[in-house]
Design a protein around this ligand. Structure first.
Ligand code: GLP
Length: 333
């Protein structure tokens, strides 16, 4: 089996294709910095010791992609998990001159019925958590219009705008307690596109904490579909905190199912999941070993089937995610 895997990887490297478990898929070539050939074989799972470090790593990935391609088409997410990512990006803009001037952004979703000046709208969130603090051209920032008179037409227009920009290069994702990505509630089809989506009671309750009156939480939203998300060239899902641990384990290790939209990311050939220790605490298999820093050689032997770390991210070369595998990867790059 090990020899078979080795030969398959070599052959794929030679053919410039991305290997999948089932066979070969021609790689979508838009590589802006040295990429690992392991993408396409495994979902990349990176466990950081704390939520801040996890968020910083997500920001670091965005920063790298943006420096490599100033006209990056960036997919953005909202939610408390993202606060630290955007704070770090603002810091990178101020201290390291990270330039957003040519970047285009598309957000995952927006509440139906909330205008951009409503503090609970996602447009308001994005303006105040990121856009107004960096040198982005507001014309290049896109969110669905939840106030549109014709919501169906608005959804089609949103898909069209993404296409006209050449597709999303990098999509940042959070995860809801019920496994939603964007607002793709349970039973969203894996091929779904941008559309109006009714919000489940769990989601309305979860998001009510940000509203003064829980009854004000809209009953529906416009969201990119699961299919729209799977079309993005690279996905990075960030989840932190113990309350996300159970759903994270189902999404990563469980079977793919439309009842957990995030599990569809197992189909993506370039998906990185960044977790803090707490969010990783319910992973059943080898990820758990890495989270606790146990070094079990027998697990290492099996790493090809379960885990790979992004040692090409400088932060990740530190003690917490080095170990034999990390060191080996770091040397490879
Ligand atoms: C909302 C958003 C999702 C986000 C989720 C998680 O429901 N539509 O895109 O992933 O919140 O929010 P938090 O980060 O606050 O847990």
């Amino acid at each position: 089996m090990a020899i078979y895997n080795f030969l398959r990887v070599c052959l794929n490297k030679f053919l410039n294709t991305t290997p999948t478990l089932g066979g070969f898929v021609v790689r979508n070539f838009r590589v802006h910095y040295p990429r690992t050939i392991y993408f396409g074989i495994f979902m990349e799972v990176i466990i950081r010791p704390g939520s801040e470090l996890a968020a910083h790593l997500a920001a670091e990935i965005i920063g790298r992609e943006l420096r490599a391609n100033p006209r990056l088409v960036l997919g953005l997410a909202t939610g408390c998990t993202m606060d630290a990512v955007y704070a770090r990006l603002i810091q990178m803009h101020r201290e390291e001159k990270l330039d957003f001037s040519s970047c285009r952004t598309f957000n995952l979703d927006e509440y139906v019925g909330l205008s951009g000046d409503n503090p609970n709208s996602y447009r308001y969130y994005m303006d105040h958590h990121l856009f107004l603090h960096v040198n982005i051209d507001m014309k290049n920032t896109h969110l669905p219009d939840g106030m549109a008179a014709d919501l169906g037409a608005e959804c089609e227009k949103y898909e069209q705008s993404i296409k006209e920009c050449g597709g999303i290069d990098l999509q940042i994702l959070g995860i809801g307690q019920n496994g939603h990505i964007g607002f793709n509630e349970p039973l969203s089809a894996f091929r779904s596109r941008t559309r109006k989506q009714a919000l489940s009671p769990v989601t309305r309750e979860q998001n009510a904490t940000l509203f003064t009156d829980p009854d004000e939480v809209p009953h529906s939203a416009i969201t990119m579909g699961v299919g729209t998300i799977l079309d993005c060239r690279r996905c990075v899902l960030l989840a932190t905190g113990e309350e996300k641990a159970a759903i994270v384990s189902q999404a990563i290790e469980g079977p793919m199912t439309s009842t957990i939209s995030a599990s569809a990311l197992q189909l993506h050939s370039e998906c990185t999941v960044i977790l803090d220790r707490q969010a990783s605490s319910k992973l059943k298999n080898h990820y758990h070993w890495m989270a606790n820093g146990h070094k079990k050689p027998e697990v290492m032997l099996d790493w090809q089937n379960s885990l790979h770390l992004a040692a090409n991210i400088p932060e990740c070369r530190s003690n917490d995610c080095s170990g034999p595998l990390g060191e080996r990867r770091a040397k490879e790059i």
